[in-house]
Design a protein around this ligand. Sequence first.
Ligand SMILES: Nc1ncnc2c1ncn2[C@@H]1O[C@H](COP(=O)(O)OP(=O)(O)OP(=O)(O)O)[C@@H](O)[C@H]1O
Ligand SMILES: [Mg+2]
Length: 406
Amino acid sequence: MEEEDEYRRKERLALLVIVVLASLAVASLLVAFSYYCYIRNKVAKRFENHKGFGNEDKGAFSNLQVASSKGLQVFTFKQLHSATGGFSKSNVVGKGGFGLVYRGVLHDGRKVAIKFMDEAGKQGAEEFKMEVELLSRLCSPYLLALLGYCSDNNHKLLVYEFMANGGLQEHLYPGSGPNAPSMKLDWETRLRIALEAAKGLEYLHEHISPPVIHRDFKSSNILLDKYFHAKVSDFGLAKLGSDKAGGYVSTRVLGTQGYVAPEYALTGHLTTKSDVYSYGVVLLELLTGRVPVDMKRPSGEGVLVSWALPQLTDREQVVQIMDPALEGQYSMKEVIQVAAIAAMCVQPEADYRPLMADVVQSLVPLVKIHRSTSKVGSSSSFHATKSPTPQSSKARQVEDMHKLSP
Ligand SMILES: Nc1ncnc2c1ncn2[C@@H]1O[C@H](COP(=O)(O)OP(=O)(O)OP(=O)(O)O)[C@@H](O)[C@H]1O
Ligand SMILES: [Mg+2]
């Protein structure tokens, strides 16, 4: 009888051990499976964040013939949060259609500008994608460099090289920006900015294929470094142009009031000549110190192009429209030449406008390269000048206009 009890006890004990071991095995299987799910989820999320710029979306710009495609750094939100002191108000340097722009310092000491996209609107998200896709493929000393981006937990941020003197418009119309400069730009600096911005557009139009049309070229999209050297920025609205001579792309009209070429505004037909028109408007801003549209001005003076164009080729009148802040700084010859270029760029007929290469050719002789410190900035970091572009018929037209000028 006792033997039987003993046998039953042992049997129960064995059963208990088996149940415990089985439960442990099931529990460890469950833990292993949850861990597997966690890792899988994490990898999927990471892939999701990156796929906008991976194979799937090579899209529009994948066939651009450029020298190389540079790798952009992918930042975490935390890294950019700490670079900007928690996106502190004191680090805000500007605000545009995309959102606030912050000054920041990366952990390696690099100074950067960080654009924080407002609530993910569709247009904003498209601009973000365009900017990243395009700028990772382009490289010119006259285009603002995009260093990286962050697309984390619905936050979209763009990280650029920092341009210590901000947008050109802040220096043409002091008092309008948050860090308003006290002195207006001098003539020499304006000429150099005009040349460098022209080289930025020339690169987009003529050094890559198919050409890239900026579509939002304006004074606030020309940024100035600490030596007042200029770079073209903001490619969110950029479009690939047509490769065919005389060809155009049809697209909805986007851009900024006062800068949009008339034929594009009317028909939606976009060509590189639309950028040339916008460039002409910026040249007029540099000459006159006036904004493109100001309806508070007397009748007939509200739209810069309409007011200035008839006076640009008249030697007597052209001095009347010059920015009074430039008095005594320019020679008559220089003013007549720059005014002639501006007049051609803002021609209502797109075919009469020059190519950006022609504009560059016409401006080069006017820009004196100074090694010493000028009134507003020095040229000590002047970018290497590209090999000259062959002179085209339009360049000769600009020169012919110079010759016609008294
Ligand atoms: N890389 C940068 N370095 C320094 N400041 C910058 C930089 N990028 C932008 N800023 C500042 O932020 C301001 C706003 O720039 P942003 O491009 O967002 O708007 P915008 O050009 O004025 O208008 P839009 O949104 O229509 O392009 C600029 O005028 C400039 O002062
Ligand atoms: Mg801008």
